[in-house]
Design a protein around this ligand. Structure first.
Ligand SMILES: Nc1ncnc2c1ncn2[C@@H]1O[C@H](COP(=O)(O)OP(=O)(O)OP(=O)(O)O)[C@@H](O)[C@H]1O
Ligand SMILES: [Mg+2]
Length: 517
């Protein structure tokens, strides 16, 4: 299957570019100094302590020297390079991890796999996430196997995805929609507008795939939330995804008010990357931590921490080796006792889990290979729903490539058959739309976020003059300005003195001069 083979090549090329950039950063003194200057690398950071995190991870805390600028954020993948003290011959050790905590004088890195953090200091620099490329390639390889295109060893032997779904996604079969007069849908969110209701209804009637297309602020996420609630109400098990942690947390936060015994969710992913407090309690980590197994794991982790302290104090080589062997044994015990080893790799968390519906929000921001990681979790009857807007920015990639297909061709022209992708910026959403034409999608037509004046330009040049159901521009009411004050020193945060007058006809405020802050 050419599409998938071409995608694997594109992913490989992207990975090579990312790796080349990373090794250039690490090995080229000038590049490294530039990274240090902007705070994306720290040279010779001293290891203050190493402890065991959930799932047997090693969490090292590094000291930041005085005056260091530090721009790395929690969740950033990093590479740490130091001289190993465990072997005595000062071997260069390169470990990959994720920033898990930062404060003014220290930062912590959670190291992946069985990494033995055996350096006393290390240069830590921002890296590309190799794991992401591995997952994308594994998904594409699995897909090739599922369609009998390759006999390479698949990473998952248990693909269940149905043939009719694959036919629509890959072989150009037109998507079908049930024509049976289903009983009227009882919408759970009474605020939905007609185009949102139509989109939900079309998805529920889809036999395999449906797309929700909406310009910015037209309520795609809101529609996805209703769709998920409707699917769950019908007894479906749903995998809800997004291409970034922020998108997943937005979805999770919007679902939270609707939770009930029948509608529960688990947020999978590194808790340090969860951006919203109300979502944190739904992470797999927190759930496991509060379980019985979590308590057992805590005891093993305490033992591991004690061993780590001994290792740091131990000067004799032979003794150090024995202690590292102890650590290995304890890690194995932690894994066998506690399912949470898999917390970090959602891939494995969901290893034998399959879903009735795969819903991807912001799917036009996801590389096609990323979407397949989720779609391969489909059971034989599963359906796929993608929400997005192919007219907005494509996914960010390093490989230079032709820009996204001109939008106009994909909106109303007759369907054109799938061609081999030449760029990672062509997403699954784009491809399905160009393959099947507008009949696969529903269009959301009411804009909620932008002020009418601001919306005029994109509306005219990207959507309005082309769309039969014109986007109705509703200026959102602007709330009265708040004047929050810093309670301690009573400094107004916003100085609104320069606001001269209200513009006629709406609530917008106009500034004579820039606001003084
Ligand atoms: N039917 C509706 N009635 C009232 N408000 C709505 C409705 N649908 C969406 N909104 C509000 O409009 C705003 C934008 O909605 P939403 O975030 O779902 O849009 P979106 O299309 O997903 O935006 P983006 O393109 O940024 O992802 C939100 O504040 C949401 O609560
Ligand atoms: Mg959205």
């Amino acid at each position: 299957m050419e599409i998938i083979a071409a995608h694997r090549e594109l992913v490989l090329r992207e990975r090579q570019l990312a790796q080349a950039e990373e090794s250039e950063n690490i090995n080229n003194g000038v590049r490294m100094s530039a990274l240090v200057r902007v705070g994306l690398a720290v040279k010779n950071a001293r290891v203050e302590s190493v402890r065991t995190g959930l799932g047997g991870k090693s969490i090292a805390t590094f000291a930041l020297g005085q005056g260091h600028s530090f721009a790395l954020k929690v969740g950033d993948p990093v590479v740490a390079i130091g001289a190993s003290s465990s072997t005595g011959d000062q071997e260069r050790l390169v470990l990959r991890g994720v920033v898990s905590k930062t404060d003014t004088s220290t930062f912590s890195v959670s190291f992946s796999g069985d990494a033995n953090v055996s350096f006393d200091s290390a240069t830590v620099a921002k890296a590309d996430s190799a794991a992401t490329f591995d997952r994308m390639d594994a998904a594409l390889k699995d897909l090739q196997n599922a369609i009998g295109f390759s006999s390479e060893k698949a990473s998952s032997k248990h693909l269940r995805i149905g043939e009719s779904l694959l036919n629509v996604l890959l072989h150009g079969t037109q998507p079908s929609f049930s024509t049976r007069p289903a009983k009227p849908i009882e919408f759970l969110n009474q605020m939905l507008n007609d185009s949102q209701k139509d989109a939900v209804a079309k998805c529920l009637a889809a036999d395999a795939v449906a797309l929700i297309h909406g310009p910015p602020g037209t309520g795609k996420t809101e529609t996805v939330v209703e769709l998920v609630r409707q699917l769950v109400k019908r007894g479906d098990r749903v995998l809800l995804c997004g291409p970034s942690n922020i998108s997943v947390d937005t979805l999770a936060a919007r679902l939270t008010p609707h939770l009930n015994p029948n509608l529960q969710f688990t947020r999978i992913g590194h808790p340090s990357r969860v951006r919203r407090d109300q979502v944190l309690t739904h992470t797999l980590d927190i759930r496991v931590r509060s379980s019985d197994e979590g308590q057992i794991a805590n005891d093993v982790r305490a033992e591991m921490d004690a061993t780590l302290i001994k290792i740091q104090k131990c000067k004799r080589k032979a003794e150090r080796r024995t202690l590292y062997d102890d650590m290995k044994r304890l890690r194995a015990e932690l894994r066998s006792r506690c399912c949470c080893y898999t917390v970090w790799l959602w891939f494995y968390v969901l290893q034998n889990e399959y879903f009735d519906a795969i819903v991807i929000d912001e799917s036009s921001q996801a590389i096609e290979a990323e979407s397949w990681i989720a779609i391969l979790k489909a059971n034989p009857k599963a359906r796929v729903f993608l929400a997005g807007d192919h007219l907005q920015l494509p996914p960010t990639v390093k490989s230079s490539s032709p820009s996204r297909t001109p939008p106009v061709s994909t909106l109303f022209n007759s369907p054109q058959l799938t061609s081999t992708p030449t760029s990672l910026t062509q997403t699954l959403f784009d491809r399905l739309l160009s393959t099947h034409g507008p009949s696969i999608k529903s269009m959301l037509t009411i804009q909620y976020r932008m002020h009418a004046t601001i919306c005029k330009h994109p509306s005219k040049y990207f959507y309005n003059s082309l769309l039969p159901p014109r986007i109705r521009l509703i200026p959102p009411p602007i709330p009265p300005p708040k004047r929050p004050r810093n309670k301690r020193n009573n400094i107004p945060v916003h100085n609104l003195h320069n606001i001269s007058r209200r513009t006629r006809g709406n609530n917008a405020r106009r500034h004579k001069r820039p606001i003084r802050l």
